[in-house]
Design a protein. Structure first.
Length: 254
């Protein structure tokens, strides 16, 4: 597979990280379909070329099966799926109702499973196979206070991707991009004004939050011929990770 001309589906691709991913594939010459429950506020486009929007509730397994079959029929196949749809509100575990916890796990773990199964049914019949990219989170690799169910789901997602990579080889490659702090149009809800966003960015070794375009570039790479021997991998896109808290608490400078 090559980047140019690929048929790419990005779930949750109407805004934020998903829109950034879609734009980077468009810039690479791919044809892109984005899906969400509601259409984007403005077209997701690059240089006048827009991603095609189709509605889908990714939590509905039957709807996902129909969606991928229809996209494949209309576009002659599907080369790449990026499972980006996800997220969570802040909520301590003991203060969050069980029903809300269930919905968080459904969105962040079961929905990517449903979409991947539906895409696999298309990809396994193609001579060129396909590539699936999961959008994970550092919340799945460390304690995640305030987003415990989300972190657990993201941890499960990374394991799921590794299993898919084994079961579906050699026809379909499956990898995960593990995101750290990322700047989107909703960053102010978490970090406050521009000064707050900049202050949070300074806690990252590379000195800033990730941009959706950074995420998109990683996804384009993992879907490309350049990554033809990469499967079952987790690419950590966190700007160097988090500085250990004990370094600032210690009285001895190193």
């Amino acid at each position: 597979m090559t980047d140019k001309g690929q048929m790419v589906v990005v779930t949750g691709g109407t805004r934020g990280v998903g829109a950034g991913i879609a734009r980077r594939f468009l810039a690479a010459g791919a044809r892109v379909v984005i899906c969400a429950r509601r259409p984007p506020a403005a077209p997701v486009e690059v240089a006048g070329i827009a991603a095609e929007f189709r509605p889908l509730d990714v939590r509905d397994a039957a709807a996902a099966t129909d969606f991928f079959a229809e996209v494949a029929a209309d576009h002659g196949g599907i080369d790449v799926l990026v499972n980006n749809a996800g997220g969570t509100p802040f909520g301590l575990l003991a203060e969050t109702p069980a029903a809300r916890q269930t919905k968080i796990v459904e969105l962040n773990l079961l929905s990517p499973l449903y979409a991947s199964l539906a895409a696999y049914e298309v990809m396994r019949r193609q001579a060129t196979g396909g590539a699936i990219v999961m959008i994970g989170s550092v919340s799945g690799t460390r304690p995640s206070p305030g987003s415990g169910a989300y972190g657990a789901a993201k941890a499960g997602l990374e394991n799921l991707a590794r299993t898919m990579a084994v079961e579906w080889a050699p026809h379909v490659r499956v990898n995960t991009v593990v995101l750290g702090l990322t700047r989107t149009e909703s960053s102010h809800l978490h970090y406050g004004d521009e000064e707050g966003v900049a202050a949070v960015g300074r806690t990252v070794p590379l000195g800033r939050l990730a941009d959706p375009a950074d995420v998109g570039d990683a996804c384009v790479f993992l879907a490309s011929e350049a990554a033809r021997y990469v499967s079952g991998a987790a690419l950590h896109l966190h700007g160097g990770g988090e500085r250990p808290a004990f370094l600032d608490a210690a009285s001895v400078n190193h």
